[in-house]
Design a protein around this ligand. Structure first.
Ligand SMILES: Nc1nc2c(c(=O)[nH]1)N[C@@H](CN(C=O)c1ccc(C(=O)N[C@@H](CCC(=O)O)C(=O)O)cc1)CN2
Length: 285
C-alpha cells in the first residue's frame, strides 16, 4: 500500500491554515519565514520556490533572499545577523547545500536557535535529545514519523524501527523521534554487518542513505512499513528519473506500506517547515 505524502502534506496544510488564522486573530501575529538561497542550483531553486509559495498559501509572510554563488561567508553572516534582529521574521532557513567556500556549520550556528526552523542548530538538537519543550525539530524526520503514524496509527510503541543512515539532518534526529514514540530503535550504517538481515528485523524501516534503490525486497520483513527518504536523480533508458533509496517496485510487493519517491517524504519536509515556522512564532513571536 502506498503511503501518500502529497495527501498527508495537503491535510497538514489545511490544519496549519487554521492555526495561522487563530494566531492572527487572537495574538495579532502573522508568522514570517525568510529563505536564503546562495547560488543557482536548479533543484534548490525549485525547493525554495515551493517553500515560499506554500508558506504564503497558508496565510504566512514569506520572503526569499537570493545571493550569488560567489557571495562571501562574511556577506552571508551579515545577512543572517539582520534577519536574527528582524522581529517580523520568525523563521530563517538557509537552503543547503551551500557553495564549498562557505562553512555550513558556522552558518547554521549563526542562526538564532529560536528562528532555526530547520532545527539544525546545536541548541535545537540538544533540546530534542533531552526531550525538552521548545525544540524546533528537523522537518524531514518529523515527516517520517507523521507518515509512519498515518499508516500504523498513533501508537508506535514496541515497534522495532531500523534507520539506515546516521546524518545529523535525518538519521540521528529521526532515531530520537522514534525513540520518543517508544519504539526500539536500531541505527544502521555503512559499517553495519549483514545490513539486509538487520533491516529484515524492522517493523518500520527508514532508508536515508542517498544510494539509489539500495533496499531490495529481501531486506524487508513481510508487512513492514517502509519510509524512503532518498531523493536520487538517475538516468535510465536515456531519461532522467527521480528514485529513492528503496527499490519501489521490488519492495512494494512485500511491504505493508511504503512511501513513494516522488510523493512521499519530500512534500512532508516542506509542510513540516511551515509547521515549525508557526511553532516559532507561537513560542517566541
Ligand atoms: N535548509 C535545508 N536544505 C535542504 C533540506 C532541508 O530540509 N533544509 N532538504 C533537502 C531539500 N528539500 C528541502 O529543502 C526538499 C527536497 C525534496 C522535496 C520534495 O518535495 N521532493 C519531491 C520531488 C521534487 C522533485 O521533482 O525534485 C518529492 O519527493 O515528491 C522537498 C524539499 C536538501 N536541502
Amino acid at each position: 500500500m502506498n503511503i501518500d505524502g502529497k495527501q498527508a502534506a495537503a491535510d497538514l496544510r489545511v490544519k496549519l491554515t487554521k492555526e495561522v488564522e487563530s494566531l492572527k486573530a487572537e495574538r495579532g501575529i502573522t508568522p514570517g519565514l525568510t529563505v536564503v538561497l546562495v547560488g543557482d542550483d536548479p533543484a534548490s531553486q525549485v525547493y525554495v520556490r515551493n517553500k515560499v509559495k506554500q508558506t504564503r498559501e497558508v496565510g504566512m509572510i514569506s520572503d526569499e533572499i537570493r545571493l550569488d554563488e560567489d557571495t562571501t561567508e562574511e556577506a552571508l553572516l551579515a545577512t543572517l545577523a539582520k534577519l536574527n534582529n528582524d522581529e517580523n521574521v520568525h523563521g530563517i532557513l538557509v537552503q543547503l547545500p551551500l557553495p564549498k567556500h562557505i562553512n555550513e556549520e558556522k552558518i547554521i550556528a549563526t542562526i538564532k536557535p529560536e528562528k532555526d526552523v530547520d532545527g539544525f542548530h546545536a541548541m535545537n538538537s540538544g533540546r530534542l535529545l533531552n526531550g525538552e519543550k521548545g525544540a524546533l525539530v528537523p522537518c524531514t524526520p518529523q515527516g517520517c514519523v507523521i507518515l509512519a503514524k498515518r499508516h500504523l496509527g498513533d501508537d508506535l510503541s514496541g515497534k522495532h524501527a531500523v534507520i539506515i543512515g546516521r546524518s545529523n539532518i535525518v538519521g540521528k534526529p529521526v532515531s530520537i523521534l522514534f525513540l520518543q514514540e517508544n519504539c526500539t530503535v536500531t541505527i544502521a550504517h555503512s559499517r553495519t554487518q549483514n545490513l539486509p538481515s538487520m533491516c529484515r528485523q524492522a517493523d518500520i524501516l527508514v532508508a536515508a542513505v542517498g544510494r539509489p534503490e539500495m533496499v531490495k525486497a529481501d531486506w524487508v520483513k513481510p508487512g513492514a512499513t517502509v519510509i524512503d527518504v532518498g531523493i536520487n536523480r538517475i538516468e535510465r533508458d536515456g531519461k532522467n528519473k527521480l528514485v529513492g533509496d528503496v527499490d519501489f517496485d521490488d519492495v512494494s510487493a512485500v511491504a505493508g506500506g511504503i512511501t513513494p519517491v516522488p510523493g512521499g517524504v519530500g512534500p512532508m519536509t516542506i509542510a513540516c517547515l511551515l509547521k515549525n515556522t508557526i511553532e516559532a512564532a507561537k513560542i517566541y513571536g
